[in-house]
Design a protein around this ligand. Sequence first.
Ligand code: BGC
Length: 852
Amino acid sequence: MRPHRTRRLRAGVALVAAAAVVTGGATPALASPGTDRHADGNGNGHRNGNGHGHGHDRGDHDRIAQQVAALVAQLTVPEKFGLLGGTTGSNGAAGALGGVPRLGIPTLDMADGPSGVRAAEPATALPAPVALGATFSPELAAAYGGVLGQEADALGMEVLLGPMMNLVRTPYAGRNFETLSEDPLLTASLAAPQVSGIQDHGVIATAKHFAANNQELGRAGLDVLVDEKTLHETELAGFEAVVDAGIGAVMCAYNQVESVQVCQNSELLTEVLREQWGFDGFVMTDWFAIHGPEALVAGLDVEMPRPMAFPELAQDVDGDGQVTERDLSEPVAAALDRAVSGVLTAMAEVGLLDGVGEDPERAVEENAAVARQVATEGAVLLRNEQSALPLSDEALGSLAVVGPTAATPLIGGGGSARVNPDAGAVDSTVEVLEAGGADVTWATGEDLEGELVPGAVLGSGSPLELTGEAAPTGEFSEDVTVTAPEAGTYTFHLQTTGPGAEVTLGEEQVASTQNRFGALGGSLIPTADGFINDSWTVELAAGEQVAFTVSGTGTVEAPVQLRLHWTTPQLRQQRIDEAVSAAEAAHTAVVFGYNEGTEGEDRASLALPGFQDEVIAAVAAANPRTVVVLNTGDPVLMPWLDDVSAVLQMWYPGQEGAEATVDLLTGVVGPAGKLPQTYPADPARTPVSDPANYPGVDLDGDGVPDQQTYTEGTDVGYRWYAATDTDPLFAFGHGLSYTSFDYSRLRTRTGKDGVEVSFVLTNTGSRTGTEVPQVYLGAGTAAGTPTLQLAGFDRVTLEPDERQRVTIEVDERQLSVWDAEDDRWERACGVRPVLVGAASDDVRLTDSVRVR
Ligand code: BGC
């Protein structure tokens, strides 16, 4: 075991991840999010007397301040700057901060990420954060954070680069899978206990990406024009909640806000974060985010992954051969001490300054249980006609299963959030179904592998297949010309091992299996024999030629095995025919659809990629009992919706996804997740349908957006649909159950600190189930409030016929609007409708309250 810090325990807080038990769809003993926004799942609220709860009392706070001040006084100026610039980390860390051994200041190794610790060694692959969002469960968020903290600690990481808590603002954004939701209250309610769950293990959590990093297109430098009211009431809510929960680090984003790079935006980094919210940890850049030396005074503390602009400040101005305080201007000297104090305070608050101990072991089984529970409880049943789900014994005795992700699980999204699970931890859904006794015929449908492009259509006369001895061990480049034998859609597949390769068509890179963001590029779904696969599609006329170049660099230790496959129009039809035959012969068909959300790019279309829509439509035409399981990180269009019996959204379900999927399909567990993002019915009618709003305006003509305006204001997500009376495909908060719930006897009581909403919830079905009742406020006569606003929710498990009076506290913040003149929250007075129901479009009870 390597030497390690001893983590200081907070009294009463268990160090192991909260043990999770998969029950009949139940999450036991949930904290009410309305009442205790900062609950850590152990019933410990983190609010304390000083207004921002850090889990420390005043004595602790003073002791930490003294300890930090004493250390700062002993540091030389070069040592101080040394603490503010990244360096290479160990065990696959994304970066590190070197410590100061002579003063007992430890190194901080920093690992991504939001859905599992991304290290050289394997870790538990949790479901994508969007699945956690769909649980609406602060308790599961605490357990999820507990896994991240426990494993970061075990893998030698002191900083976890998560959670991501940017709001889902556009359905196109590449990282929608990696964040929690489109709603500020839901995001805040889940992020805060998650952060406590991480930090309870002595690991510093990082809130990212502060702020308004809501899309990938043009993210490096995109100028986001957004007013203060909008920022405070939407995007900033989650960040404020985690500062309140005592988060140690904040990562500033790549983009600009109001024409200033966020990493040197003093309004955000100093006024909002430190002065308004009382943040006392440190702000680090996103990796290589743009900023200049003035960023230090503006409020940036740490440059990652290496020193960039700050060394310019550490010059020997007086020429005495050393860099000392005398060489610094007063504002720089003050900012330097602030920055170093922030780093040391974050360390002290999680116990990292308290000495060296040993890493714990990963709690592999307990953590896998949490992964499974979140995957199960975050699943959303979008449609279920004639109780198609759960599958009957008859269905399980004759089941056609279609789609690549049924056989090769899609456990997570792409980019820096990708996790490397333990060998053997991930099972295929088809195998788990079969192991449970189901009689399954699998067909791929959408063909991600294709077949070797034959020599007969290639200019070279022989297939491009450089495998075995032929695998390149140095630089290589192959010009390829293909002649289409018939007209139609051709998908080419570049398949490689080792360092990978890229395909360029003219100037454009159309495929790459090389590293991106420290992660393997290409599709998230490898070939059956373990090659990384990346595809691109072209329309060709009969006899038309297409020319491209395949290039890369192998090494003797890591040769690039490479082959070029394609899916021709003929093969496409054959795959559809196979899926149809399997469906025709079976009692029930289950088709798995997928998309591949990833950092670094947005989706070009909301449709399922490839020919998946055609496959689903053909299978549904062949078998009236067709169920669709979605492995997507965000909304997709469903042109076949009316023709299928059921749709189950499993998201990217992590390493336990197959087991969770089968539990839900077979009814071992009932679904209880709710959509944390709205699913648009029409891509032309979304909150971001105006190009100035999304993707933004390309000012310099380089094809990348440079500036955008949040024209929807505070009407992010479902609020916009309500304000414009636009019907979505599936509304925010929607999610069906295998049982049914009745809502009755609504009471509202206005108090000094908010509104108490209570009602009776009854399980009127025949099986135990969990419901997420939601409380919304309408605008009513209050000025400056959204047309519809989530104001509280709970998660309640009831047995058949069981009834419970549920009480949800709508707190002061939900009744307030941001006053940009005075920089403070102010009650929005007036009569406001109170709407209680099972989804934002499924209101069962209404009342109104007078807010004074
Ligand atoms: C991402 C961050 C990530 C960092 C380090 C960046 O590209 O935006 O979310 O933490 O890389 O991997």
